[in-house]
Write a protein that binds this ligand. Structure first.
Ligand code: F6R
Length: 244
């Protein structure tokens, strides 16, 4: 585990974006799993800026969604697919045919197994970009998720629905179901970039990286990944010197 604690606020996004840059230099046709949420937005901005300067080329990548709402039209502005279009895909040179949204209009079991097939047909994920939920979720693998899971349908926890509800106006209007790459899908990625910023993430980051590996904290399994880079700001790294 390679933990980078970024002391300067403005360097967090650049440090994370640099991981993708390195990956694409090494393997231009990498398959990337992209997270949504507030954490990677600045990194995506940085990548768009680098693209506009001619410093990074996305033409060969295969772009996968880490997760998606299951009970929301993927063309809705609040879908994770729309988020990625808005924050990255529409502003860089990703081939439209290389973009792989989770097709949640298919029956969920079929959508999940088809997504796994699609990932495998591109040789598996080279780099999975992850944030971490306050309850330790990765993708939408909520506490209790099976470490052996592939892409699957999930009932979102009330904490996650609450956290999402600001986008939808109210808890009632917020989607309750997700489709997510499973923990095994994520762990099978050749490299993982885990990002967290802000004091509210400090406890869970510490627990996930140094606590016992347990299904209660899905991100704790990442301790077993042999090629993981963690990018944290100083606030999220607050408890890092102690053990859980
Ligand atoms: C989103 C995702 C989630 C988020 C997590 C942190 O695609 O997979 O696991 O990474 O909920 O969200 P933020 O970054 O908003 O704190």
């Amino acid at each position: 585990m390679n933990i980078n604690v970024v002391n300067q606020l403005n360097m967090f996004d650049e440090t994370a974006a640099n991981q993708l840059l390195l990956q694409l230099k090494k393997k231009p046709n990498s398959a990337i799993a992209f997270a949504t949420g507030s954490t990677p937005i600045g990194m995506y901005k940085k990548l768009v800026a680098w693209f506009r300067n001619g410093d990074i080329d996305f033409s060969q990548i295969q772009a996968f969604n880490l997760d998606e709402f299951a009970d929301l039209d993927i063309e809705s502005p609040n879908s994770f697919f729309s988020f990625l279009k808005r924050n990255l895909y529409n502003s860089v040179n990703i081939e439209p045919s290389h973009i792989h949204p989770i097709k949640n209009t298919e029956a969920s079991v079929k959508a999940c197994s088809n997504y796994e097939k699609e990932i495998n047909s591109h040789g598996g994920i080279d780099l999975a970009i992850l944030g971490i939920g306050l309850n330790g979720h990765i993708g939408y693998n909520e506490p209790g998720s099976d470490f052996d899971s592939l892409t699957h349908l999930v009932q979102l926890s009330s904490q996650t629905i609450e956290a999402n509800s600001n986008m939808f106006g109210s808890y009632e209007e917020t989607p309750k179901l997700g489709i997510t790459m499973g923990i095994r899908t994520i762990m099978n990625s050749r490299k993982i970039l885990l990002m967290a910023r802000g004091e509210e993430k400090a406890k869970i980051v510490h627990r996930a990286l140094y606590g016992s590996i347990s299904k209660d904290i899905p991100a704790s399994i990442l301790q077993l990944h042999s090629n993981m880079v963690v990018v944290l700001d100083r606030k999220a790294a607050k408890y890092l010197k102690e053990t859980a």
